[in-house]
Design a protein around this ligand. Structure first.
Ligand SMILES: Cc1ncc(COP(=O)(O)O)c(C=O)c1O
Length: 451
């Protein structure tokens, strides 16, 4: 008898859902992820962790497709790639300057490398930190050794990347760009420029968030002499399974190959984005990533801020009435993620469903964007993880030191890390997030350092 998970997923598939969430392949087409391709290191298949023959050729092909010096494949996601990149650049006690919208893997990167993080703060979480915030973080850093920038961000916004990379290079720091959501950028016209074109030293691409690879795959690109391929390979191995899946790898390679002829599809996706944006006119709903040049058309973050309908309620209605599943709905945004396998029909269904919501106008003034709570560190992450801990109710947590990460998934950026003080801002923000989207809480209970 299949268990509940199996039944739930089968039921979901049978309902013929519209998948506006990752992975980008939308459950369509055949891949290699079947048992016939699930092999091990054999005389003809090389060893992905220590490549010497065919896998070296595949890596060369990947590097050619993306125009990099070297490209490594991760079958442990962009998470492993971020950790490896940080370990390759940070020495003990060294600091990485990161945006406060960085993924949790950047914190793991700091822990694994025994380094630290200095955060550039966002005034508006939807936009992420700007160049001024990165400059300020650089001024605050005592031993800066690298910068890590997320671009495009989760909401499909990429602003000031060129300027930020140039700033850190002018200070002699290598720059890693977590372009997990932008593997397609290099291949589309009118999309934001890829960090690969802007001189970043290491670039990380997810192979499944916008392009057609399977979940868990990513590319780690080594682009300049400031990145060391020997160190990157070592550290990637250190956080990677010793048995990478050939089936996943084949699908990820196929996804990269497909990019060579993806230009027309990317133009269609841009057109279809504009079609949805146009269809929202006069409805009080609008897309927040609507500035040409900084807008990644793969992401459709629909704002309900001017409406009287919370995004979560809208998303629930779309699921119940239309079988349309958003990637995320929280606060005033419902995020719909397109992918290379999205079709015109998907967009037509989405436009029709959004227009059927007919939300009214919101009464009262609106605070622009989403203000990010700023966490303040009391003790280091490592120190907090070494201390004794206890679980307490969130309502009792004011002034306590967190012993775990607290955040929202997706996108997976912590709002507090081990060692941070839990103040009203953090607790209020965390409490405003639907329970199903939180991480770091077990019901109402969270883990804090014992006093
Ligand atoms: C910006 C960013 N970087 C890295 C990751 C980690 O990717 P993965 O889940 O493939 O490990 C994510 C995941 O959502 C992300 O949004």
């Amino acid at each position: 008898m299949p268990g509940m998970l199996h039944q739930n997923i089968t039921g979901y598939i049978r309902s013929n859902p519209a998948r506006w969430h990752v992975p980008a392949h939308k459950g369509r087409g055949e891949g290699f992820v079947n048992r016939a391709y699930d092999i091990t290191e054999l005389s003809f298949s090389d060893n992905m962790n220590y490549p010497a023959s065919v896998w070296l050729q595949e890596q060369r092909e990947l590097a050619d497709i993306f125009g990099t010096k070297h490209t490594l494949l991760s079958t442990n996601g962009s998470s492993a790639a971020v950790i490896a990149a940080m370990c390759s650049l940070l020495s003990e006690g060294g600091q990485a300057i990161v945006g406060d919208n960085c993924h949790i893997s950047a914190y793991y990167g700091a822990l694994h490398s025994s380094g630290g993080l200095v955060k550039a703060r966002s005034a508006n979480l939807y936009e992420g930190p700007g160049i001024k915030a990165y400059k300020k973080a650089y001024e605050e850093a005592k031993r800066p050794q690298m910068a890590l920038i997320v671009s495009p961000n989760y909401y499909g916004i990429s602003k000031g990347l060129n300027e930020t990379i140039s700033f850190f290079h002018s200070k002699g720091l290598p720059v890693v760009v977590d372009e997990a959501h932008g593997a397609h950028l290099l291949f589309g016209e009118g999309y934001p420029k890829s960090a690969l074109e802007l001189g970043a030293d290491i670039v990380i691409h997810s192979a499944f968030k916008t392009i057609n690879g399977p979940t868990q795959t990513a590319f780690l690109h080594c682009c300049t002499d400031m990145a060391d391929i020997g160190a990157l390979s070592f550290w990637l191995r250190s956080v990677h399974t010793t048995s990478p899946s050939y089936a996943l790898a084949l699908d990820a390679l196929a996804a990269a190959q497909e990019l060579k002829t993806a230009q027309n599809k990317l133009s269609e996706i841009k057109e279809w984005y504009n079609y949805i944006a146009g269809s929202l006119e006069g409805s009080h709903m609008y897309m927040i990533n609507n500035e040409p040049g900084s807008c990644d058309y793969m992401k459709l973050p629909v704002s309900f801020a001017l409406t009287n309908m919370p995004a979560e309620s809208a998303s629930r209605l779309l699921e119940e009435k239309r079988h349309i599943y958003a990637e995320m709905a929280s606060g005033d945004i419902a995020l719909f993620c397109a992918g290379l396998n999205s079709t015109r029909h998907d967009y037509e269904m989405l436009a029709s469903a959004l227009s059927s919501l007919k939300p009214g106008a919101r009464a009262g003034a609106l605070a622009p964007g989403l203000a990010a709570p700023h966490a303040f560190q009391a003790i280091s992450m490592r120190e907090a993880l070494r201390r004794e801990y206890e679980y307490i109710d969130i309502s009792q947590a004011h002034g306590r030191i967190s012993a775990d990460f607290l955040g929202v998934y997706p996108p997976g950026s912590p709002i507090a890390a081990p060692g941070d003080i839990l103040d009203e801002g953090i607790i209020g923000f965390f409490g405003s997030v639907p329970e199903s989207s939180r991480f770091g809480a077990y019901g109402a209970s969270i883990k804090v350092v014992r006093n």
